[in-house]
Design a protein around this ligand. Structure first.
Ligand code: HEM
Length: 97
């Protein structure tokens, strides 16, 4: 099968998507639209995770690779391809998420 052709974005474009209903992030050169997820995020609904909500909101539109790595399990990281919409122009592997 031919490699999936992903869209290529600039960091400036990603920076425009900082709202709960329009939420993009960068992880290791890939661009993710996490809008479908954030409403169900642990902490968002439990009423006890204000700091998690703030961490997520502050990360929208940015490259939050390090912070994301620190708090998420391998299982969570493995499911991120579902949210991947493209790559950065400087990414070395633009044909895969
Ligand atoms: C689609 C994107 C995301 C998914 C699927 C996701 C999923 C999860 C899951 C399942 C957990 C529980 C720990 C685990 O099993 O990994 C978690 C915890 C956490 N997430 Fe996310 N997350 C996402 C995005 C983010 C972003 C962008 C941030 C901000 C940097 C963030 C910050 C946190 C924090 C701080 C916790 C720890 C919560 C606590 O211990 O109370 N998450 N996330």
């Amino acid at each position: 099968m031919a490699p999936r052709q992903l869209k290529i974005y600039t960091r400036e474009e990603v920076q425009k998507h900082t709202k709960r209903e329009d939420a993009w992030i960068i992880l290791h050169g890939k661009v993710y639209n996490i809008t479908p997820h954030i409403i169900n995020h642990p902490g968002w609904t439990c009423g006890c995770g204000t700091s998690t909500v703030i961490a997520i909101m502050n990360s929208l539109g940015t490259d939050c690779s390090e912070e994301f790595e620190e708090v998420h399990s391998p299982a969570t990281k493995a499911q991120m391809t579902y949210y991947c919409i493209g790559t950065l122009e400087e990414d070395n592997e633009q044909d895969k998420c």
